[in-house]
Design a protein around this ligand. Structure first.
Ligand code: GTP
Ligand code: MG
Length: 376
């Protein structure tokens, strides 16, 4: 049987552990290059799922959404909306930090609407365990209609299960039945035009192209102008529509995540949660705030005078000492040959500079007073 090769994209928000999972999958066998035409690093690697299945995996830059605000995000958008892109994936491993699942679901919901076959890898479970966070993975898998696997990017736990799910996914090519965003009438009309004009199969991909015409690198100048005219004809307000879409997506996935979260987590049991509960208490909070302010006020206006006076005193002593004893030291002996001019200059230099230091101290103290009075 001939070998099959599939392209896999590792996608997710920044810092979710994509590169760690990439290293675990490829055993650090990676080729580092740049995305075409830009200097953003591109990591490609390869591994075998079995004797007949080769995987080429691309570790994409961290992305918050497919509404790009940075070059990194623009790269991801371009790769995922263009079937001819060298990195266009057959399937996606979506790496999400299980501790921030809500925030990390925005991009996931967009990928689901692009109808990629996706396996969701929930990472950072060790941290979740410590904070008592528990997610019902089966329920999440059922509600998102995706395979969901717990992994640990550092230790490699769960990676075999992830590979098994990936293998099944590549055979079935099944994407989630879920649809997180239904296009408005106007958006659907624009998307339809774009689908016909530049042969885009997926409706949501066409909408993304309408939103970001100028940022899409695979369109030529004439195509861009044509799509910009189309947007104008339909009075397409991209920014407002993006905001509405984000709100709509949150309304869809937040209830799903709430259903899969263990109730204990909603209450919060970490040390930070406990401190938060005390300092934000309706009665205790203002009292703690007042005591804290009193402490700072006291520290600045009363207690600080002890070290300040001490330092002032030490500098005065030093200055006095130099003036008293200078005539017998080496400087004096050297300067005697120059009719005392050198000695006088040294004494002058020391005294003016000590004064300068004192002024500086005073200045700092005054500055502190001004800052504190302003703050209080
Ligand atoms: N505790 C814990 N830390 C992890 C885990 N996986 C990854 N990390 C750490 O998380 C940090 C970020 O990991 P990366 O693999 O660089 O994350 P990334 O998603 O590639 O980050 P970007 O490329 O910047 O988007 C690193 O310090 C990892 O060691 C995990 O399962 N548990
Ligand atoms: Mg990375």
């Amino acid at each position: 049987m001939a070998n099959q090769t599939f392209k896999i994209a590792l996608l997710g928000n920044p810092n979710t552990g994509k590169s760690s999972v990439f290293n675990q999958l490829t055993g650090l066998r990676q080729k580092v290059g740049n995305f075409p035409g830009v200097t953003v690093e591109r990591k490609n690697g390869a591994f075998k799922l079995d004797n007949n299945t080769d995987i080429l995996v691309t570790d994409f830059p961290g992305t918050y959404s497919l509404f790009p605000t940075s070059l990194d995000e623009r790269i991801v958008l371009n790769a995922l909306t263009n079937k001819n892109d060298i990195d266009y994936p057959d399937a996606v491993i979506y790496v999400a930090d299980v501790n921030n699942l809500e925030r990390h679901s925005l991009l996931l919901s967009q990928l689901i609407d692009l109808k990629f076959p996706i396996v969701l890898a929930l990472n950072m479970n060790d941290i979740a365990e410590k904070s008592g966070l528990h997610i019902d993975i089966n329920k999440l898998a059922a509600l998102y209609d995706l395979p969901v696997i717990s992994v640990n990017g550092r230790t490699g736990d769960g990676l075999n299960a992830l590979k098994n799910e990936l293998q099944k996914l590549l055979q079935t090519k099944k994407s989630s039945f879920k649809n997180f965003y239904n296009l408005t009438e106007n958006e659907a009309l624009i998307a339809k035009h774009i689908q016909e004009k530049i042969h885009v199969k997926n409706e949501y991909a066409a909408l993304l192209i309408a939103h970001h015409v100028k940022k899409i690198s695979f369109l030529n100048a004439a195509q861009k102008q044509e799509l910009l005219n189309l947007n104008e004809n339909y009075k397409f307000n991209s920014i407002n529509n993006q905001l509405d879409e984000i709100m709509h997506r949150y309304n869809q996935f937040v209830p799903i995540i709430n259903q899969t979260l263990d109730k204990q987590i909603a209450i919060g049991n970490t040390l930070t949660d406990k401190i938060d509960r005390i300092v934000t208490h309706r009665l205790l909070g203002p009292i703690i705030f007042f005591l804290l302010m009193l402490f700072i006020f006291q520290a600045i206006f009363t207690w600080s005078s002890f070290p300040m006076d001490f330092i002032d005193q030490q500098f005065s002593n030093l200055s006095f000492y130099i003036q008293q004893h200078f005539s017998s030291n080496l400087f004096y002996k050297i300067s005697k040959r120059r009719n005392g001019a050198w000695h006088q200059w040294c004494v002058g230099f020391c005294t003016t500079n000590f004064h300068f230091i004192f002024i500086d101290f005073d200045f700092r103290r005054s500055w502190l007073y001004v800052a504190c009075s302003f703050y209080v």
